[in-house]
Unconditional design. Sequence first.
Length: 312
Amino acid sequence: MFSYTRPSIAQTDPPRSPRETLPTMYDLPSEDPEEPGLPDEFHDLQPQLLSRTLQLTQYRRSNCFTASDLNLYYDVKHPLWHKRPDWFLVVDVPRLYDGHDLRRSYVIWQEGQSPEVIVEFLSPGTEAEDLGRFYDETAKIPDDSPIVESAVPSEQEVQSIKPPGKFEVYERLLRVPHYIVYSRYTQRLRYFKLEGGLYQERSLNPQNPLIWLAELEIGLGIWQGEFEGVPGNWLRWCNAAGEWLLTDTEQACFAEEQAQRAEEQARFEKEQAQTQLLQAARNLLETGMPIEQVVSLLNLSEVQLQKLQASS
């Protein structure tokens, strides 16, 4: 349960609308108090953009797997322990489970392959777990959600039942090579690379943050644009030249535009060639050459002959 207190608003005649008097989305919690970090609309759209712009030169789409908010089971000693990364990529595994079925979850001891990349999107309820020892209490995301009343477990209970946090699981148990954290509230992108068994944070250009994953030959940066009709600052993959990679829909539109331009160019070149051919015919006629000989020499069509006669 949570407690909510809104300043008293004097009633009017006619009465104020519920939009004015009842809690707004900024007043109500966007996360389940018992399970913080559950998806909001951003957590739905952003993973789609990551998956749809991912283009790996070394791996076929059928040989890698991406998922968002999917249970990731990681500990054979505690088979029910799991994390739910906002987005992750695994390479060298079939796209479908055992090559034929959609995954209900990702089970490390069955798949035999840990994620290559994990991306977490910061929210007020999860940033401490997402950042682990790199969490800065003084720079935390403002949380305007109502106060949540919950029982506080004893230290003994915590030690006996609480699984490790995300950061520790990704670093020490799964040993994920590339761990990326993004805050849509501050547009801050952070990159942690596994080196010597521990995550080391790599510095990024604050004006143009860009992460280059050399092993995968792909980059990740913050793209300002519109995705699915929503303008914003989104994480998006790019190539070595810093060019943003296209979604499947954008690729189809681009191919259609290219085909249309090619058709228009071919039509223009054909018209130019006909114009030049007719001009050559007129030049020959001006020398006194009979029209029949000009037609035969230049192999003019009947339509071209009619245009030539009309202009003579």
